[in-house]
Design a protein around this ligand. Structure first.
Ligand code: HEM
Length: 148
């Protein structure tokens, strides 16, 4: 199935990896969610907690296509070889999805408090950093292999 997708994309002139184009959705939304959540504790800016919550929803919606495109790139470019960074990415992606879904269900953005739910927001940022770092390491591996 992977090769059918990439052959089709090649035919229409798209010859790049898919995943980097999509990673910006959950990465950006998580960063936005945490920023707006923290800013909402400033005087008169409480309403921005709702903006942060909406970032969580869009980030959650972006997780499935992003993880799927990561899987496709892994099959296509890395030949589906199992290695620590890929396993780490899969684990982090599952944990981040569960955490985003939990926030979507339990958070009340009309009454933001510096409590467990805000801690969940901060944790999503740590997980996104882990995903970005391990992804960057994988990209670096590709560049090294191309240079040698
Ligand atoms: C099952 C889940 C995932 C797999 C198998 C996976 C796999 C990969 C692979 C193979 C790369 C190397 C570059 C490429 O060829 O695309 C990569 C890079 C990257 N991944 Fe993932 N990934 C997954 C989930 C995610 C998620 C959910 C995020 C974001 C929240 C993410 C963020 C990144 C970033 C930022 C890069 C660096 C490349 C770039 O976008 O510039 N990954 N990933």
């Amino acid at each position: 199935m992977t090769e059918v997708i990439f052959e089709f994309l090649n035919k229409i002139g798209f010859v790049h990896p898919l995943h980097p184009a999509l990673t910006h959705i959950p990465m950006g939304m998580v960063m936005g969610a945490v920023t707006f959540r923290l800013v909402s504790f400033l005087p008169r800016l409480k309403f921005l907690a709702r903006t942060g919550y909406h970032c969580i929803i869009l980030g959650l919606l972006g997780m499935l296509p992003t993880a799927f495109s990561g899987y496709l790139d892994w099959q296509h470019t890395f030949g589906g070889t199992w290695e620590f960074l890929i396993i780490l990415k899969m684990v982090l992606a599952v944990v981040l999805t569960v955490l985003l879904a939990t926030i979507a269900i339990v958070d009340d953005p009309e009454n933001p408090r510096f409590d467990k739910k805000t801690l969940f927001y901060l944790l999503t940022l740590l997980l996104a950093i882990g995903l970005g770092f391990s992804g960057g390491e994988l990209t670096h591996q590709l560049l090294q292999a191309a240079l040698h």
